[in-house]
Write a protein that binds this ligand. Sequence first.
Ligand SMILES: Nc1ncnc2c1ncn2[C@@H]1O[C@H](COP(=O)(O)OP(=O)(O)OP(=O)(O)O)[C@@H](O)[C@H]1O
Ligand SMILES: [Mg+2]
Length: 651
Amino acid sequence: MLAGLQNLTFEFGARAILEEATWHIHPGERIGLIGYNGTGKSTLLKLFAGEYLPSKGTVERSRSTTIGYLHQDLLSFDTSESILQVAMGAFERVMQVQKEIEELGNELEKEENEEKLIRYTDLLSEMDVLDGYNVEHKTEDVLHGLGFKQEDLHRPYKEFSGGWRMRVLLAKMILMKPDLLMLDEPTNHLDLPSIEWLEKYLLHYQGAVIIVSHDKYFLDRMVNKVVELYQRKLHFYTGNYTYYQQEKEIRVEMQQRAFENQQDFIRQQERFIERFKAKASKAAQAQSVQKRLDKIDRVEEASIERPNMRINFSVEKTPGKVICTLKNLKKSFGPIEILNGTDAEIERGDKIALIGANGKGKSTLLRIIADRETFDGERNWGHNVAESFYAQHQLEHLKLDNNLVEELQTAGSKKTDLELRTILGCFLFSGDDVDKKIRVLSGGEKARVALAKTIISKSNFLMLDEPTNHLDMHSVDLLAESLNNYEGSLILVSHDRYFISKTANKIWEIKDGKVVEFKGGYEEWVEWKERMEKIAKQQEAKPVTKKENSNTKTIEKEKSSPVASTPNQSIDKEKQKEKKKLQRQFEELEQKTAQLKEEKLKVESDLANPEIYSNVSKFQETEKKYNKIIAELTSAESQYEKAFELLMSHE
Ligand SMILES: Nc1ncnc2c1ncn2[C@@H]1O[C@H](COP(=O)(O)OP(=O)(O)OP(=O)(O)O)[C@@H](O)[C@H]1O
Ligand SMILES: [Mg+2]
């Protein structure tokens, strides 16, 4: 065992976060830690890391176990050291040895000393063993790999934004290679390509990993075990997120059935008692039945408790037909050109999702519209537009020492404290919560405060940059729903494809420095995009003839009204067929790995059975069986991964 909790209880004041939790983490496990916002996931990681001490019970950790911990709240760590120094913190021992060598060297220059000389040579050889002279070079390599330029490496850490800070800390951890890696919502700070980079890295990570995340896709790819923190208890599932969902449904159903059966039994016994307690001849018996009834362990009803935010974006005044026009927008960062003279218009009723290849241009364009970025060109607001901007890393702008009401007051509305408390109530902050300081809030709670601030403004045009970050999946659904009902207009950036598909009625893609508009939802856009690519490919395959020109025209035409026309239904059908086939293969492989896992568990318990391990031939036979299962499982899992990737590429 690497680390674990034994009968652990933890409280913040009167509020219990965990009760009597026991959990053992084994080498190589890949665990997803999930739960609604504010249930205590980050707190649990801090308990493992030794940042909090339990009220009862123990945190167990073998002395040699190394732990790497990436905080959810990146602002909790700040330093003016250079990012190279921060990342090199991974080599604690090397740094120590190096320092001592320097000191001893100086001393030895002043006076000869046999003892110190021996120590000095010892340290030199330890430095050799640790490969200490190469650490700077190794660190630079990893930082380059994560996208840092050589000239950045000596800039102070505190100058970097959230996403880049996270990469520095990630680099440190990669170099440390801890036995247990704990990542608290790592995808919140990354754009899609970096998420893909992280996925690849984690897939090959040798140590155990605990990931806290609200991203279903990410979890499904990364973990083979799920631990849910729900109502102060830990619940364990051996499978990925999809498995957890199915299994949880079964467990809830079973519990409900057990509850109903027990209720029937109890009612029957109570009827018996009722009837006979007054009868002298049966009174003693009735009493003993009563006693037995008092003692039984009651099964609880399986109601699922879910936090239901009431998000109600309302508008105060109706704007004109045009919200905003952009003319000849140009924007570059040094040599990198983002927009090279593009026009676009936002109309009343538009719900636009901004999509772009590398994540760089999207936030920039949003910030240009929101007036947070300089640019060349024209931006004109329409009549009566009241706008409100939810920035990426919005949470980092909350004042940590404010309490919740004070924070909402900074939004500049004329609401009374009582009204503000009512709004906070809709965002699940009640009673004492309102007096909490922003500093102690969980990630999701901070996001809810930031959302509440956006709502107070009653704007008729919202600009939202990654609004789903930190929110649990249920809250993401609620947010999508309320944005759907919102009477105003909006433009948003999100790396959550599900969320985009639920909210957008227009897609803006930034391509070659231009905004390309698509009038339709995300799924239609994806289909259209694929169709375009197919046609383009077919064209490439054909020799250049006059016909090609007319084809290009159809593309142009389609661009202007992509939703209406469906030129190539047979291609669509084929795609559907192939997707179905892939889906089937994927499900089969999923079943197969689940089955193999079960077999593996069974054989493992056989191996631990004294009857078997004390009998050499039986043991060898079982061991052989075990190795075979492991081999099959490894191959099935890699096939499963491949099938998943294929399927994803068809999504
Ligand atoms: N120092 C503290 N004092 C009082 N309450 C605290 C403190 N730190 C955290 N809390 C509260 O404990 C609860 C659990 O917080 P935690 O950050 O562990 O949640 P979480 O599960 O990580 O949530 P999220 O998904 O939103 O990140 C929250 O309600 C939070 O407000
Ligand atoms: Mg958290």
